[in-house]
Design a protein around this ligand. Structure first.
Ligand code: SF4
Length: 705
């Protein structure tokens, strides 16, 4: 709901939706937002915005908001509304009881990429310093964990190399498994501007995304419409052309990369089995098109790769990321404007949640928990001994919960019961736990299995920072009082920002965290994290935003990384052998389902469904090619049953040739669609990122609804 009125003052803050990180002026009348106006000073958006950031903020004051802490002994009991202290004490007593009864490792925490950096930092600190374990993970596990792994291995830093504006210097734009127009709309517009100026475009995607045929004047030069699950084969085929046609930039490779690793990769790529012709059947793309696109990428001038979840959410997600880095290094497309390796992070703070140590094996700044020097530094700062053993990832926590040894979870801002794959397994795991603590705005799907509910604060009610896909740290400023102290009856209590909730929960566990403001958390982050040592709220106020690394060597931040050398020293090539997913079609499940997002909605829709944006997209549909529809006697709008090896659901059909025959596509913005009921528990070999993008299904008409 947009409030009427004349603004009296404005506060500059950052959009809480996607990884573009647009800056907005919240124009306020007292405690009411009158409108959100994109800020011209915004380093990522320069005054532009999309329908989400501009209009979809009304959820913050939606009637569904839970504003009172709640507890219950069993998930079958009704919720009991309590004061903050009672909720903190109850949750703390449960954690202590469970650790005493089942051991320290029986508990853990999950943070969200919707949290601020400061919230993620204090949550991982709570888990490590107070729970005494490294069982902390983030929802980046289920989206971009392969980016963190693949880029760390090859170029030494788990982050994109460029600014968004860098694309204006690109001659060739290579988009793989990403849909910037819907997923990252403001950056998608910048990209289109460069394309209209004449840059060439290669799209690698099983589906005809908007960029492929945006208008008669803006069409992809090559759309490599590969079969879902064959990214690594595609990267191999492109590598083969670059290697065998003499397109490698050998001077760059000799100077900047580990030569032995290059030679091994070159010999692997040159094998006949990696040629576009040999892989044509697996890819479903004519070899000549792959060859032409590879030549364009390697010889067309500044070439930049942009990729998204269509690359990472596969059983070989990490392999594909390393393959992309191989391509950029082999062609010298790293270390200057207009080129690079650019993961388009999904949520607003995917980058930040990983930077802040919300991974079971890494402290803030991507330093391994087994590193004695780093661990000693954190032990001294936090005043407690810390574990050197990597903790549990989200899927490990869930597996152990179903086996009976993982018993308590502190889940901040993440709805694993809707967003994680194989919903039945997730809900079984949650049901098996003795204490689930959910901190959120709404009673989401996960909260159905919770014993404690800490009501969270919306992005309009808190201070902190988000870090976008280009490593840009931007301020989140409180524009209104947190609503989470409001009670329908009884004494009103002060609302708390989410980092304050975690700090008070920590105090109830016997470990007070002494921060007066989120800025003091950032000061601690800066003191302990070399890439953030120059970051402070004061500097953010002065500069507007800062791209890390920001330290003595780069006091103003770093727009382009790896300019004179890679962070790891020399870039390292990796052999990327294509291994087909075990998720195969057969007679029973003859189609491949792949999933994605649309412009007006956001992920599981917890926010956007509670705004006027729901009018643009009120249900998830399944896209099916006309041939497959005809085979099944379907017409547009029919209800269809979709079954997979994991489960089944029902959606309405949309018949379109944007998908290829044999492939169906849906979004997962509405809980009733149950898209993740049918996705399987296959995951990336290195990071356990789920293989959301490949599920063998059958689709058939039903007479329902
Ligand atoms: Fe928000 Fe992303 Fe839209 Fe910008 S592009 S307004 S960050 S959702």
């Amino acid at each position: 709901v947009i409030e009427a009125g004349t603004p009296e003052h404005k506060v500059t803050t950052t959009c809480a939706y996607c990884g573009v990180g647009c800056s907005f002026d919240a124009e306020m009348k007292g405690e009411q937002v009158v409108r959100m106006t994109p800020s011209k000073e915004g380093g990522a958006n320069h005054g532009h915005s999309c329908v989400k950031g501009r209009f979809a903020w009304g959820y913050a004051t939606h009637a569904d908001r839970i504003t009172t802490p709640m507890i219950r002994k069993s998930i079958h009991d009704p919720w009991q509304k309590v004061g903050w202290d009672e909720a903190f004490n109850y949750a703390a007593a449960e954690i202590l009881r469970i650790q005493q009864q089942y051991g320290k490792e029986a508990v853990g925490g999950i943070t969200s990429s919707r949290c601020t950096n400061e919230e993620v930092y204090v949550t991982q600190k709570l888990v490590r310093a107070v729970f005494g374990v490294n069982n902390v993970d983030t929802c980046a596990r289920v989206c971009h964990s392969p980016t963190g792994y693949g880029l760390k291995q090859t170029i030494g830093e788990s982050a994109g190399t460029q600014t968004f504006d860098s694309v204006m210097k690109s001659d060739v734009i290579f988009v793989m498994g990403a849909n910037p127009t819907d997923g990252h709309p403001v950056f998608g517009s910048i990209m289109k501007r460069r394309l209209r100026e004449g840059a060439k475009l290669i799209v690698v995607d099983p589906r005809e995304i908007d960029l492929v045929a945006n208008s008669p004047h803006l069409r992809a030069d090559y759309h490599l419409k590969l079969r879902p699950g064959t990214n690594v084969a595609m990267v191999s085929a492109i590598s083969h052309v670059i290697v065998t046609e003499g397109l490698v930039q050998e001077a760059f490779v000799q100077e900047r990369c580990e030569w032995d690793s290059f030679v091994a990769w070159r010999d692997f790529a040159a094998k006949a089995e990696n040629s576009p012709e040999a892989l044509e059947e697996a890819l479903g793309v004519p070899a000549a098109e792959v060859r032409a696109a590879a030549r364009l990428y390697a010889t067309g001038g500044n070439a930049a790769i942009y990729y998204g979840l269509g690359v990472t959410e596969h059983s070989q997600g990490s392999t594909a990321v390393m393959g992309i880095a191989n391509l950029a290094m082999a062609t010298g497309n790293v270390g200057r404007e207009g080129v690079g390796i650019n993961p388009l992070r999904g949520q607003n703070n995917v980058q930040g949640s990983c930077d802040m140590g919300s991974m079971p094996h890494e402290f803030p700044g991507y330093r391994h928990v087994s590193d004695d020097v780093t661990r000693a530094q954190f032990e001294q700062a936090w005043g407690v001994p810390l574990s050197a053993d990597p903790g549990l990832r989200i899927p490990n926590m869930l597996d152990l919960a179903t086996e009976g040894s993982f018993k308590a979870l502190y889940c901040v801002g993440e709805d694993i019961a809707q967003s994680d794959p194989d919903t039945q397994h997730v809900t079984h795991a949650l049901e098996s736990m003795e204490c689930v603590i959910v901190q959120d705005l709404f009673l989401n799907e996960t909260a159905k299995f919770a014993h404690v509910f800490f009501p969270g604060a919306s992005f309009l009610e808190k201070s902190g920072t988000f870090t976008n896909a280009e490593r840009r740290i931007s301020p989140v400023r409180r524009v209104m009082t947190p609503k989470n102290g409001l009670r329908e009856e009884g004494p009103q209590e002060a609302g708390l920002e989410d980092w304050e909730i975690t700090a008070k929960f920590s105090a109830a566990l016997g470990y007070p965290m002494q921060y007066a403001h989120a800025s003091e958390i950032m000061d601690e982050i800066a003191a302990l994290t070399p890439t953030f040592s120059g970051v402070s709220f004061k500097k953010l106020d002065e500069l507007g935003s800062i791209q890390w690394p920001c330290n003595d060597e780069a006091p103003q931040g770093t727009p382009t990384m790896h300019v004179d050398g890679f962070v790891r020293g020399k870039g390292k090539f990796f052999i990327t052998q294509y291994v087909p997913t075990t998720e195969r079609v057969n007679q029973k499940f003859p189609l491949i389902l792949t999933t994605g997002r649309i412009l007006s909605q956001y992920n599981v829709g917890a926010q956007t469904r509670r705004t006027q944006n729901v009018a643009w997209h009120h249900e998830d549909l399944i896209e099916i090619h006309p041939h497959d529809a005809e085979d099944r006697g379907l017409v547009d709008g029919d209800w269809v049953g979709i079954s997979s090896r994991a489960g089944q659901t029902v959606l309405r059909a949309k018949i379109t040739d944007r998908v290829q025959p044999g492939v169906v596509y849906t979004t997962f913005h509405h809980p009733e669609s149950g898209a993740n009921v049918i996705t399987t528990d296959n995951s990336d070999w290195a990071t356990n990122c789920p293989e959301y993008k490949v599920t063998a299904v059958q689709v058939s008409k039903v007479n329902q609804l």
